[in-house]
Ligand binder design. Structure first.
Ligand code: PLP
Length: 382
């Protein structure tokens, strides 16, 4: 952690010294597109706001401290982060998850494919399938764990070894777990990518993305492309994100505790056929999650839960009936959300051959009182 600061302290202080001119305790929103230079070729540290902006720089410093990485590079969305990363890694062929965010699949299938970047969508819990796919000459393995929407757990250390032996970089989309719960770089991943829209921001009021890495060459290339391509976040979103990060640890503790209550309640419900949450001892990824997902030595299993009902009709009914769980895409905000992956977040998988069960419901468990959340689900399930 930067300057020996622990996670919670870095979240409040890293990159966020009082502003020298006025003593402002909070990093200001530098709402300017350009910076006046005293003389030609002598900028005072900033020139043009696409290239760099003090609010964004504070955010990047804080994110790197939280990840324990030497660099963090901020983007205007998670998708902008993934796109720029694919460019930075000079990707010709990528492996992407077969159980991951639908928009990532769409990006590779409909956008990057047209630019000559090939991909295979594979089950990354299956080492043999990954090995076989790597034989085709892969530069980038983009993994998500826990997976989305089935919350399976990938063994990051094993995956990093396998990717490196196959000549590829491992990049982990750590949006679901956040750096508070899971630290892919410590498992030998080369970079980490975030939709900061989710838990990092934490209040469903911004769209942003980030990549963190300690690979200096990759970081330099990312910074070059951040400026050259320009998929940057604005200063106000950077400021909101800095504010969100200050409470990330507190929020994640509560998201995880509430998810435990909700998952256990669903697991005991007669109509629910299966609950996907790595904290349940019956879940296939439980032991691995205990070792890989933790804060201060205590296992934490994240705030995302999905479950299967007997039919799509029932899944749609339940999605329509909750009141506290808002029916909406996205995740990671303080308010609980419910959604139907097959028709919502993963609709872009239609026609891909990747199946998302129509009877599956996904929850982003918020930080409300857990008894109220359970009562809301109980009323919706009837
Ligand atoms: N990665 C994951 C795991 C996501 O859930 C999402 C969005 O839902 C993204 C990436 C894309 O992020 P954004 O919506 O910020 O572009």
């Amino acid at each position: 952690m930067a300057d020996g600061m622990r996670f919670e302290t870095a979240a409040v202080h890293a990159g966020q010294d009082p502003e020298p001119a006025t003593g402002a305790a909070i990093v200001p929103i530098y709402q300017t597109s350009t910076f006046v230079q005293p003389a030609v070729g002598e900028p005072r540290g900033f020139e043009y706001a696409r290239t760099d902006n003090p609010t964004r720089r504070a955010l990047e410093t804080c994110l790197a401290a939280l990840e324990g990485s030497s660099a963090a590079v901020a983007f205007g969305s998670g998708m902008a982060a993934i796109t720029t990363l694919a460019m930075a890694a000079d990707t010709r062929r990528a492996l992407i998850p077969d159980d991951g965010y639908g928009g990532t699949y769409r990006l590779f299938d409909k956008v990057l494919g047209r630019l000559g970047i090939a991909y295979d969508a594979v089950d990354m819990t299956d080492a043999e399938a990954v090995g076989k796919a790597l034989e085709q000459g892969v530069d980038l393995v983009l993994a998500e764990t826990p997976t989305n929407p089935l919350l399976k757990v990938l063994d990051l250390r094993a995956l990093a070894r396998q990717a490196h032996e196959g000549g590829a970089r491992l990049v982990v989309d750590n949006t679901f777990a956040t750096p508070y719960v899971q630290r892919p770089l410590e498992a030998d991943a080369d970079a980490v990518v975030y939709s900061a829209t989710k838990y990092l921001g934490g209040h469903s009021d911004l769209v942003a993305g980030a990549v963190t890495t300690s690979d200096e060459e990759l970081a330099e290339r990312l910074r070059f492309l951040q400026n050259a391509v320009g998929a940057i976040p604005g200063p106000f979103d950077c400021w909101l994100l800095l504010r969100g990060l200050k409470t990330l640890a507190l929020r994640m503790e509560r998201h995880c505790a509430n998810a435990a209550v909700v998952a256990e309640w669903l697991d005991a419900h007669g109509e629910v056929e299966v609950v996907h949450w790595p904290g349940l001892p019956s879940s296939a990824g439980h032991e691995l999650a205990r070792a890989q997902m933790a804060a201060a030595g205590r296992p934490l299993f994240g705030g995302m839960v999905s479950f299967e009902l007997p039919s799509e009709e029932r899944a749609l009914e339940v999605c329509a009936r909750t009141r506290l769980f808002f029916l909406a895409e996205s995740l990671g905000g303080v308010e609980s959300l419910i959604e139907h992956p097959a028709r919502m977040t993963h609709a872009s998988l239609a026609g891909s051959g990747i199946e998302v069960a129509p009877s599956l419901v996904r929850l982003s468990v918020g930080i409300e009182h857990p008894d109220d959340l359970v009562a809301d689900l109980a009323a919706a399930l009837g």
